[in-house]
Design a protein around this ligand. Sequence first.
Ligand code: APR
Length: 238
Amino acid sequence: MTSLEIKPDKAHIVILSGAGISAESGIKTFRDSDGLWENHRVEDVATPEAWHQDPELVLGFYNARRQQIRKAEPNPAHLALVELEKAFQVTVITQNIDDLHERAGSSTVLHLHGEILKARSTLDARLVYNLGHNDIHAGDICDKGSQLRPHIVWFGEDVPMYPVAHEITQTADLVIVVGTSLQVQPASFLASAAPAHIARIVVDPKAEANVPAFYLRAPAGEALPKLVSYLLEHGISD
Ligand code: APR
């Protein structure tokens, strides 16, 4: 997704989602796991330095995560966001690399940090390939002959989709932040990129009051279906 057509007849709800929305699907969040991802330090598997030092370790880590995500199913929180589309224009901007929003049925999903089901060239970031659930191995090459890597934004790398996400968020009539600790930049800036006069709702059982917002401190799978029912019944201006 590179741009968005705004529908003038519908209010636009922008969802900023993070790992917490997939927690009830059995995918661990990052900062609830003692800083370890499946027993790896982030810097050993999710940085350009890690890739240079030990590409096979990095490939193995993401291959395992791809298989884990394959077995996960969308939960009531993902499904509730699809219901919202009955009355609103909805754009999901997610930091998640899983495909649970798409599998639930959300029509417009922007992945800020990449997608685990895709690979890209190490030579040319524009060469992106659909992997499905296949692994990437050392020796798998792109059309230009260079090694494939996961299509993931690692720590220390640019976030190419950020400008698009920023522009979209500026057109929001309501922002719902769900399941993200908002600790990683630039994603964390998006909550405040929305127009100053609109409402922000944060859904997160352990949310700290970092941004001015209405806080629903409950698991997304419980809170979002209720919030969505309310919005469908009352609209966003009540
Ligand atoms: N429902 C809603 N929120 C939940 C739930 C739940 N069931 N369970 C946990 N959470 C919340 C946690 O309280 C926490 O605030 O989800 C948030 C998850 O925060 P992080 O683990 O920091 O995940 P996220 O914000 O998505 O991380 C951002 O950091 O590691 C990088 O690139 C990676 O995209 C990731 C980015």
